[in-house]
Write a new protein. Structure first.
Length: 393
């Protein structure tokens, strides 16, 4: 991921545009937008005030906040809030979700007046684009990625648009139901037996323990272990690792420091005495939990498969506390398939906001269309000399 400093001109604290059926306000100040947060429904655990508070604080100075607040022009009822940013890349001013490869699912928060059909969604999209084109400093391209189709039982207005197309990534969700043991027996027998064996091997150490960490200082200590363990693994694999850079690390520290006490950020760990054997960081909203970072101590503990073990122990503990949907997030790794995940479709959407952005929007559209022909896409990837993804292994 390359993060470039935004060079676009400053916006006023609030700019407004009325057109058609929706009124669109562009708010540059995150606290100002947060004050209106309760008028909208969070659609996934990522669309949560604490996530964006941590995100905008960490990336201040590297991306310009542009939170779009949309309301019905006639009634004033809230329709949607889109946590966006503006940044400059390759000379193009791009509008996108507050993400930069950290937010796995990007979506608007929905209000009472949110569109429920394609016609209303087109009107909202038209009015949003008008507001973005008219704002101070301008923009060339809006590029929205990793958009869920369904938002907690409500249609995502962005996914209803004709220009929305298949994303290269997908979600991975396990729904356990009320009986955790019954769900566990849906796993392949070899997977169940391996998890049982892993716990027996781990528990041979008299100090071995699993725990959900609720103390802030201890949670930050576990996060530090996550950074070290993930960094070492990525280095061994020869992969570029961005999560430990200064900005990303600040984001995760903000998230854990401010989110553990409320139960939004959840840190779990396998420990043996003072040694951290495995860690898992996730976020929770009601009965939904999403895993966002996982690590383990490596070869020394490989005989008990600590990565898979901490996932299962965390799931069991959270199920007892009311969680029923366990989201393994994006990335189709083999360990996720062993837990029986169901893939959740995501879509991408982009549009030119100026003539400079038109070639990029056309290229994005071609890439979306190509995903409808996976065999052709795979052939072209090989022809271009691109290595196969590590995820499917």
């Amino acid at each position: 991921m390359t993060v470039l400093t935004t060079h676009a001109g400053k916006l006023p604290a609030r700019a407004a545009s009325r057109a058609g059926s929706y009124r669109v306000e562009i708010v540059q100040d995150w606290p100002q937008a947060a004050a209106r947060w309760n008028a909208f429904d969070a659609s996934t655990p990522f669309q949560h005030g604490q996530w964006y508070k941590a995100w905008y604080a960490a990336f201040a100075g590297q991306a310009e906040p542009l939170i779009a607040i949309v309301s019905d022009a006639a009634t004033g009822e809230p329709a949607a809030m889109l946590p966006l940013i503006r940044r400059r890349q390759n000379g193009i001013r791009i509008i996108e979700f507050a993400d930069l490869d950290l937010t796995d699912y990007n979506a608007p928060l929905l209000g009472k007046a949110a569109p429920r059909d394609a016609r209303a969604a087109r009107v909202l999209w038209r009015d949003l684009l008008k507001a973005l084109r008219r704002m101070s400093g301008g923009a060339d391209l809006i590029r929205l990625r990793k958009i869920p189709v369904d938002l907690d039982g409500r249609p995502n207005p962005l996914a209803l648009l004709k220009g929305a197309g298949a994303c290269s990534l997908n979600g991975n969700v396990v729904t356990t139901g009320e009986d955790y043991d019954a769900w566990r027996f849906t796993l392949e027998r070899t997977v169940r037996k391996e998890l049982e064996r892993s716990w027996r091997v781990f528990a041979r150490d008299s100090t071995a323990a699993f725990r959900l960490v609720t103390d802030n200082d201890e949670a930050l200590r576990i996060l530090s272990a996550t950074e070290v363990q993930q960094g070492a693994r990525m280095q061994n694999l020869g992969l570029n690792f961005i999560l430990n850079n200064e900005t990303c690390a600040a984001f995760y520290r903000n998230l854990v420091r401010d989110g553990v006490g409320s139960g939004y950020a959840l840190v779990s760990a396998l420990t043996a005495g003072d040694e951290v054997v495995a860690t898992l960081l996730g976020i929770r909203e009601g009965s939904r939990y999403v895993m966002i970072r996982i690590s383990n101590a490596g070869e020394k503990w490989s005989n008990c498969s600590p990565g898979r073990l901490i996932i299962e122990r965390t799931m069991a503990a959270l199920h007892r506390d009311g969680v029923r949907e366990f989201d393994f997030s994006i990335g189709n790794y083999a360990y996720k398939r062993r837990f029986g995940v169901a893939r959740i479709a995501l879509v991408d959407l982009s549009a030119a906001l100026s003539w400079r952005g038109l070639p990029y929007a056309l290229r994005d559209r071609a890439a979306r269309e190509l995903r409808n022909y996976p065999k052709l896409a795979s052939y072209l990837k090989r022809a271009l000399g691109k290595p196969p993804s590590r995820e499917e292994n």
